[in-house]
Design a protein around this ligand. Structure first.
Ligand code: FES
Length: 157
C-alpha cells in the first residue's frame, strides 16, 4: 500500500472517530462507512481502527468476518450475493450460478477485472419460499431463473 493511501486511510478513520466516537460502540458504524467508501477494510485499516478505538485488531477482524456486509478484501462496486442455503439450493441455485458465471466470465468468490462486480455466496436471505434468491447491493430478488438473473446482472454490468 502506498504512503498516500495510508495517509488517506488514517485521516478518514480519524474523522470517523470524531463523528462516531472512539469507543468500542463506534466500531460497527465506522466499519460500515469504511466498507461503503473503500469496498473493503484492509489489514492496515483494521489496525488503525483498532488503535483508534483502543481495542485489539483481532476484535475488528472478527466483527468483519461475522457480518456478510463487511469484507476484509476489496470488493467490486456492486456485490451480488446468491443464497446458498438449502431451499434455494433445491430451487435451482446451481442453474443461476452457471448462468451468472458464464455471463461475467468469473467464478463466485471473484471480482471482475474492472472491479465493477463481485460474486459471493450468502446464507439465507429470508426469501426461502421465493428461491432461488439473491441480493444485489441492498436489493433482494427472488424466484430467479437463469434469464432473469442474467438480465439483473446486465443492469449493473
Ligand atoms: S434458503 Fe435462500 S432465502 Fe432462505
Amino acid at each position: 500500500m502506498l504512503v498516500y493511501e495510508k495517509n488517506e486511510l488514517v485521516s478518514e478513520i480519524e474523522s470517523l472517530t470524531i463523528k462516531h466516537g472512539d469507543t468500542r460502540d463506534a466500531l460497527i458504524p465506522i466499519l460500515q462507512e469504511m466498507q461503503a467508501k473503500y469496498h473493503g477494510i484492509s489489514d492496515f485499516a483494521q489496525q488503525e481502527i483498532a488503535r483508534r478505538l483502543s481495542i485489539h485488531p483481532v476484535e475488528v477482524y472478527s466483527v468483519i468476518s461475522f457480518y456478510s456486509f463487511l469484507s476484509a478484501k476489496t470488493l467490486g462496486r456492486n456485490v451480488v450475493r446468491l443464497c446458498k442455503t438449502i431451499s434455494c439450493d433445491l430451487a435451482g441455485k446451481n442453474d443461476i450460478v452457471n448462468a451468472i458465471e458464464r455471463e461475467l466470465g468469473i467464478k463466485f468468490g471473484e471480482t471482475t477485472k474492472d472491479k465493477r462486480i463481485t460474486l459471493e455466496y450468502t446464507n439465507c436471505l429470508g426469501m426461502c419460499d421465493q428461491g432461488p434468491a439473491m441480493m444485489v447491493n441492498e436489493r433482494v430478488y427472488g424466484k430467479l431463473t437463469p434469464e432473469k438473473a442474467v438480465a439483473i446482472i446486465n443492469e449493473i454490468k
